[in-house]
Write a protein that binds this ligand. Structure first.
Ligand SMILES: Cc1cc2nc3c(=O)[nH]c(=O)nc-3n(C[C@H](O)[C@H](O)[C@H](O)COP(=O)(O)O)c2cc1C
Length: 393
């Protein structure tokens, strides 16, 4: 399946005179990869750092540079955002943030933002002292109060040689915020709790039993839930890809810790999606010291772990519970049995081994009446999006 999240959508990207501008082309690449039409507007500062040719080549459109130019369609700053679902400024300088807060329109970028009616996403980048400056803080708060969405900068080594807050947010997080702005999602105002990854059941301080789950599905479900408007908490095993800063993440190790974390977080959730591959068995004792080779052969005694969904069934109330079922055989029959035993609203059935790893995945969404809806093969983010859209319907 094609990556189609932003198919037919238009987005305007404003770039400004921050050294972090060298990262902006990656935003265009990611958005275009998702089917989006991207138009670029360069502030006067931005034009000191990069040439329009880069942005023109990557976006496939003429880049806007001056408020005094006329395109074929008419006045550039009025036309550029016509039909656009979102306006993004990344990186955003202290200067542009100040000008926007003051309502100025003396360059092509600020004039274009003023003429845009939809959501505006701002990703600032600047020196740590500039970012902490009270006037900049005031301007940011002013814009937030007016409905602008900020993807706050991260901390770390800055191009000026100093360290601290001010680095442009991770590009993946900026793109995720754009997806959320564009999607105006069905889960707006809802809280989704996602579990993902594999648990580890230790037998001694260095060895553990686990399974093939990579944690990718959990992270992609969390991202898709966020993109579709939800506030998201992800409870995940130790192995997983990077989690975007917008997702509240709780890392656990064992099945017991997973159960505790789900119990803690369930109260505030409207939807629970259990995609974690939780151990069904654990060693009955965890040795305090590393088991030495000279012990020779030995028998490992395994005991059943508590079934999480069964043990929280009584807390379900009016929440939506969605389970995952990865099977090697009798996928439909086994999944339906699991759904009914655990009192779920839906179960997602995937085949092993394709459910593990970073490749494409396909499956079925099964409801208690035995009805199954196919989710055709796609990368895990799009699989999660299609799944969530079916659930929301
Ligand atoms: C090498 C260099 C790097 C700069 N990096 C930043 C930056 O990351 N953030 C920022 O707010 N200003 C930065 N500035 C200052 C801006 O370029 C300056 O305020 C400019 O007026 C911004 O113009 P614009 O908002 O029209 O793009 C930098 C300046 C130089 C010379």
């Amino acid at each position: 399946m094609k990556k189609d999240f932003l198919e037919g959508k238009k987005v305007v990207l404003g770039v400004t005179g921050s050294i972090a501008i060298y990262k902006a082309p990656e935003i265009i690449r990611q958005l275009r990869d998702l089917g989006c039409d991207v138009h670029v507007v360069m502030s006067p500062g931005a034009q000191q750092f990069m040439t329009p040719l880069v942005f023109q080549t990557l976006s496939g459109h003429r880049v806007l540079l001056s408020p005094f130019e006329m395109g074929e369609e008419g006045i550039d700053h009025i036309e550029v955002s016509r039909g656009a679902q979102a306006f993004i400024i990344a990186p955003a300088t202290a200067n542009i943030i100040g000008k926007l807060a003051a309502g100025l329109a003396d360059d092509i970028l600020t004039a274009s933002v003023l003429a845009h009616e939809g959501p505006v996403v701002v990703a600032p980048a600047m020196n740590v002292r500039m970012w902490k400056n009270a006037v900049v803080k005031r301007n940011v708060e002013e814009l937030k109060a007016k409905g602008f969405t900020f993807v706050d900068p991260g901390s770390g080594y800055l191009a000026c040689g100093e360290e601290g807050e001010g680095r442009l947010a991770h590009i993946d997080d900026i793109v995720l915020e754009i997806l959320r702005a564009v999607a105006s999602g069905p889960f707006k105002g809802k809280r989704i709790l996602v579990t993902g990854g594999a648990t580890r059941e230790y037998l001694d301080p260095v060895r553990f039993l686990t399974n093939g789950s990579t944690g990718i599905m959990g992270v992609e479900l969390a991202k898709a839930s966020y993109a579709l408007g939800a506030d998201v908490t992800l409870i995940t095993g130790p192995l997983h890809p990077r989690v975007p800063s917008q997702i509240n993440v709780k890392e656990i190790v064992s099945a017991v810790e997973m159960l505790e974390a789900v119990r803690d977080e369930l109260e505030s959730a409207d939807v629970l999606i259990m995609s974690a591959a939780v151990a069904d068995f654990r060693p009955d004792i965890i040795e305090e010291r590393k088991i030495k080779k000279d012990r020779g052969n030995f028998t490992l005694n395994l005991i059943r772990t508590e079934d999480i969904l069964k043990s929280i069934q009584h807390l379900k109330k009016n929440r939506l519970f969605v389970g995952f079922s990865a099977e090697t055989h009798d996928l439909f029959e086994n999944s339906l049995k699991k759904l009914r035993d655990k009192g779920l609203d839906f179960i997602v059935a995937n085949k092993i081994p394709e459910s593990f790893g970073s490749g494409e995945v396909s499956g079925f969404l099964i409801s208690p009446d035995g009805k199954k809806q196919e989710i055709s093969a796609s990368d895990k983010f799009h699989f999660a999006v299609h799944l969530l859209k079916k659930i929301s319907a």
